[in-house]
Write a protein of this length. Structure first.
Length: 199
């Protein structure tokens, strides 16, 4: 199937960019094309990291104020370490930088869980979601967020044995946390038991 993006222009250029374009694309079940005006929020790519601390058998989360979710009565968001990839920056380097800035841990080994579009109907952002394991001795920095960005981030530890209970009661309401935790439950937590049954 064919498509084209025409007459693309920037209609807002601030912390994010908003683009407008004329698009044309084939139809699924009919001949001819659809011609329409579409809007795209251009905010670059982001990373998120599910972090497991081995010696405390805990997952490491962040809690911070989020203006957009505060408008929907969820001002402080419990979520994974996350951040925006800077121009020319490798996503893995970004993940390591954000872990240091937000919670003060240093880590080298990151496993890619997936790369996905959280809201493709309106936003071009892709999220690179990783998994890593640390020990409490890897916390060598203060953390708490970048002062220049006026961040105020709290480190929250949740025991691995309690994570499904938190998930079931709706403690997580953002895609990075939901996907990361469910991936762990399917691939790390349940996989050894499946192997022991010969599955």
């Amino acid at each position: 199937m064919k498509h084209s993006i025409n007459k693309e222009k920037t209609v807002y250029d601030g912390f994010f960019k908003v683009l407008e374009a004329q698009v044309s694309h084939d139809k699924f079940n009919e001949s001819g094309m659809i011609d329409a005006t579409r809007i795209c929020l251009e905010r670059g790519d982001s990373i998120a990291v599910l972090i497991y601390e081995k010696d405390t058998d805990s997952f490491l989360f962040t809690k911070q104020f989020r203006y957009p979710s505060a408008r929907r009565n969820c001002p402080w968001m419990l979520e994974l370490v996350a951040g925006s990839v800077e121009d020319g920056e490798n996503p893995i380097n970004c993940a390591q930088r954000e872990i240091e800035e937000e919670i003060g841990y240093v880590t080298e080994q990151l496993e890619l869980i997936t790369t996905y579009f959280p809201s493709p109907g309106g936003c071009s952002e892709q999220i690179h979601l990783y998994y890593t394991e640390v020990s409490s001795t890897d916390k060598t920095l203060k953390g708490g967020g970048a002062v220049v960005e006026q961040e105020d981030i709290e480190l929250v530890k949740i025991k691995r044995t309690e994570i499904k209970k938190h998930l079931d009661k709706g403690a997580f309401n953002n895609s990075i946390s939901l996907i990361g935790i469910q991936w762990y439950l399917l691939n790390k937590f349940m996989a050894p038991r499946a192997e022991s049954r010969g599955l």
